[in-house]
Design a protein around this ligand. Structure first.
Ligand code: C2O
Length: 521
């Protein structure tokens, strides 16, 4: 095993990803941020220096962190923020997992402003390794012309009436072409310059080569339909779990999900559109100025360099699935892992409730709306034996999972009119079923033979999902909606796994001193 060492500086810089200048929060000045790449078994060491005015933390989305929960990078849950002007070094090994992951800030809504990048783990044991020659990363994301802090303040005020901020545009690998003239002046924050014709991302392909395209939705709100003109997509991975190959023309992908698809460059030497179409019909309120079609170009070697390919749009072909994931019978894991028996089962309702005194709409899991601790973390509290954050608390909903090594079943019930991409830290869950309406135990059959496993699932609007996971990873683990606005509005619960083992964890003293230093974020 090798140690992969990175040094990162996070600072605010003004750039124009889609042509419109705005201040962004960037790692080493890059958008997206640097690629972290390692083999299974390697050690990843990242020295993060915070040159911003607010505290921060970096989360390694999808890493199990088994035995190193304190490296999970989640403010208020596994650590206190890295204070401005200070450094902290993340240091963990990657045992027994591989595939497409990503990293992002897990402090307030900072990742919406640019603090994210790809995290790719390779293994000689990957079953599809011989089926492709090249690796390509496409990070697709909605994009905003206003800083996320202002958007959150507006969203969590009576003015929004509970309507989420809608994106102004989108980016593929940090680039796209925004039409400055088509927008109303009101959408440009004062003084921001807009230049037409900003370059979009171009991917160089060679005829005859098969590519593994790793698609990551690193956005904050929008789910996308991904497609490539004239090319089939063969899905082989979802969220770090190898899949039995399944061919599609377009792929729905919600916030924080990842897929690998094989793309065979078997077309004439030419340029082809890559399309990430925002599902704006899944928003409550559309933005009429938004062009939902975010594009990039695949350019075969030898093709002329045009910014306007004349290829066939496959985004509308085949089946129609909107605001939900691919069905469970399309996504079959390559390797069978037995589903654990459920020792315990929890029922979690997702809803938005108006707090009457100030007319603000907050996200609730059962009766609790999450607010991050500022000078402490629930992990540290658990280690100190404090138990003030039980289900009775209005801002910390912690479900203690004692020493059962079997399965924990969750019935997630969405009482809201929007779909929610829920991510569980430190685990993949077995997805036993999902559907519209109410889950009826005993009536709705669950898939118990080789069901999908992944770390981020879409819970349909007014729908349900049943998942199971093994309680084998000691620590404090967040389960939350990955839509930035919803996480900020409180749609988050925590699982305190194996509290006896948390007590004896060897958490570096340096981490606890950050709590004293961090103050308000
Ligand atoms: Cu991708 Cu809680 O995070």
């Amino acid at each position: 095993p090798t140690t992969r060492y990175y040094e990162w500086n996070i600072s605010q810089q003004t750039i124009a990803p889609d042509g419109l200048e705005r201040p962004m929060l960037l790692v080493n000045g890059m958008f997206p941020g640097p690629l972290v790449e390692a083999n299974t078994g390697d050690r990843i060491v990242v020295k993060v220096t915070n040159n911003m005015v607010n505290g921060t933390a970096i989360h390694w989305h999808g890493m199990f962190q088994n035995g190193t929960n304190w490296m999970d990078g989640t403010v208020g849950i596994t650590q206190c923020p890295i204070p401005p002007g200070q450094s902290f070094t993340y240091n963990f090994t990657v045992p027994n997992q591989w595939g497409t992951y990503w990293w992002h800030s897990h402090a307030a809504s900072q990742y919406t402003d640019g603090i994210y990048g790809p995290l790719i783990i390779h293994s000689p044991d990957e079953p599809h390794l011989a089926e492709y020659q090249e690796d390509v990363i496409m990070m697709i994301a909605d994009h905003y012309h206003t800083d996320s802090g202002s958007l959150v303040s507006w969203y969590l005020s009576p003015d929004s009436e509970g309507t989420e901020p809608v994106p102004d545009s989108g980016v593929i690998n940090g680039r796209s072409t925004f039409d400055c003239s088509g927008d109303s002046q009101a959408l440009f924050p004062t003084g921001n310059k807009c230049k037409d014709g900003a370059p979009m991302s171009v991917f160089d392909f060679k005829a005859g080569t098969t590519y593994r395209v790793r698609i990551i939705n690193s956005g904050s709100f929008a789910d996308f339909q991904f497609s490539i003109d004239n090319h089939n997509l063969t899905v082989i991975e979802a969220d770090g779990v190898d899949m039995q190959p399944v061919q599609v023309q377009r792929l729905p992908i919600h916030v924080a999900q990842r897929y690998s698809v094989l793309v065979h460059a078997n077309q004439a030497v030419d340029n082809y559109w890559v399309r990430a179409l925002m599902n704006t019909n899944c928003f409550n309120t559309p933005n009429p100025a938004l062009n939902p079609s975010i594009q990039a170009i695949i350019r075969y070697e030898g093709a002329a360099s045009t910014q306007a390919p004349n290829s066939d749009d496959w985004s509308s072909s085949a089946w129609v699935a909107v605001c939900v994931d691919l069905t469970l019978d399309m996504l079959k894991p390559y390797t069978i892992v037995p589903v654990p028996a459920a020792d315990v089962s929890y029922h979690l309702d997702i809803s938005f409730q108006t707090i009457s005194k100030d007319h603000v709409n907050m996200g609730y899991m059962n009766q609790t709306s999450w607010r991050p601790l500022m000078n402490d973390s629930t992990l540290f509290q658990s280690q100190r034996g404090i138990n003030t954050f039980d289900a009775a608390s209005t801002s910390q909903f912690v479900i203690p999972l004692n020493n059962t090594t079997n399965g924990v079943q969750l019935v997630l019930n969405n009482l809201d009119e929007g779909s929610h991409p829920f991510h569980f830290h430190g685990h993949v869950f077995h997805v036993l079923g999902w559907g519209h309406g109410n889950y009826q135990p005993g009536v709705t059959p669950l898939e118990l033979v080789n069901p999908l496993r992944r770390d981020t699932i879409t819970i349909p609007a007014f729908g349900w999902t049943v998942v199971r996971f093994v309680n084998d990873n000691p620590g404090m683990w967040a389960l939350h909606c990955h839509i930035s606005w919803h996480a900020e509005s409180g749609l988050m619960v925590q699982f305190e796994s194996l509290p006896d083992k948390i007590k004896t964890m060897d958490i570096p003293a340096e981490m606890k001193s950050m709590c004293a230093a961090s103050g308000a974020m």
